[in-house]
Write a protein that binds this ligand. Structure first.
Ligand code: PMV
Length: 315
């Protein structure tokens, strides 16, 4: 295939789940938003020969053919090639990401989306978002086993979404700016294991777990209404209730609970774990005045990394 560009770059943002994780695997709705202050960046350049992948953040330099077919980067490249129905010219791919890995911030999905887009752009083609999303979902299966599809969707469309597995996504209206503080336990979130653990407990006690998923869906609806109304105290309440339900699902940890409690004590409207749990991140909703104090309290409570960000109102 003719490559019209010498070098192209594509970026994709991190993401965070506001409400509804785990229940979303069981076809309940969930809310997720992009976190553009962290992102994955992929640069594709012409090379004298071959197809080389370089990802210095994870210490990887490899020829594409030397990676196993089930390696997420190889799979993303192969799926993109199949979608474009063409052979690659000789090229070098550089992957850099400021999104913490295994933290519930969508690093895997963002790398895939940026990689697919950069490769398509390099050969002078643009894949429609629906197709980028479908490819990224296939790669997510390698990371997560049975993903709901929420991560690849929010990263692909890079806007706040309400997501439901059987119905896809809808834009999520946000009436006013929402200050957020995201704090990392420093412990990797083992998504595949956490999702499997919930599945085993659901199989053992289906009625109890279905009721918990329904209760989470109620808090997702409350959070969605609060975002639409710009009611941050109500949003905080819904997130607090969602955290209690995640504790009941068995996915929180003492570290996550300690950070959630520290954020609330420092004046956050509400706080919860975010993502798969077992480690990874929590998030707090605050007003702009309390945001620095909440961040400070989270550092003092042992957070390995704290990120302040503000979800802008939707147009
Ligand atoms: O990728 P994470 O850690 O944000 O977790 C994904 C959220 C889950 O609901 C636990 C799994 C899924 O596929 O939706």
């Amino acid at each position: 295939m003719r490559a019209p560009f010498h070098s192209v770059e594509a970026r994709a943002p991190g993401k965070i789940i506001l409400a509804g994780e785990h229940a979303v695997v069981y076809d309940r709705p969930a809310l997720a938003v992009p976190v553009p202050s962290v992102q994955a960046r992929v640069q594709v350049r012409r090379a004298p020969a071959g197809f080389t992948l370089r990802a210095p953040d994870i210490g990887l330099t490899a020829a594409l053919d030397d990676l196993p077919p089930a390696h997420p980067l190889r799979r993303a490249v192969d799926l993109t090639q199949a979608a474009l129905q063409a052979a690659w010219p000789p090229l070098e791919v550089r992957i850099a990401s400021s999104i913490p890995v295994a933290a519930g911030l969508g690093s895997g999905a963002a790398v895939t989306v940026a990689l697919v887009r950069a490769l398509a752009a390099f050969v002078g083609r643009a894949l429609p978002p629906r197709q980028v999303n479908a490819l990224a979902y296939e790669v997510e299966k390698l990371h997560h086993g049975t993903p709901s599809g929420i991560d690849n969707t929010v990263v692909t469309y890079a806007r706040p979404i309400r997501y439901r597995k059987s119905r896809g996504w809808q834009p999520l209206p946000v009436a006013r700016a929402v200050p957020l503080v995201i704090a990392d336990t420093g412990r990797a979130a083992p998504t595949r294991e956490m999702v499997l653990g919930v599945r085993q407990r659901w199989q053992a006690q289906p009625a109890r777990y279905e009721a918990l998923f329904d209760a989470i869906a109620d808090q997702v609806a409350a959070a969605q209404a609060a975002l639409a109304a710009g009611d941050l105290p109500a949003l905080g309440q819904a997130l607090n209730a969602n955290h209690a339900l995640l504790q009941a699902l068995g996915v929180s940890t003492p570290e996550l609970d300690a950070l959630v409690n520290a954020a609330r004590a420092a004046g956050a409207y509400g706080a919860k774990l975010s993502g798969a749990g077992g480690g990874g991140n929590m998030l707090a909703v605050t007003d702009a005045t309390h945001q620095p104090a909440v961040a400070q309290a989270l550092r003092a409570a042992g957070a390995a990394r704290v990120l302040c960000t503000t979800l802008p109102p939707t147009p």
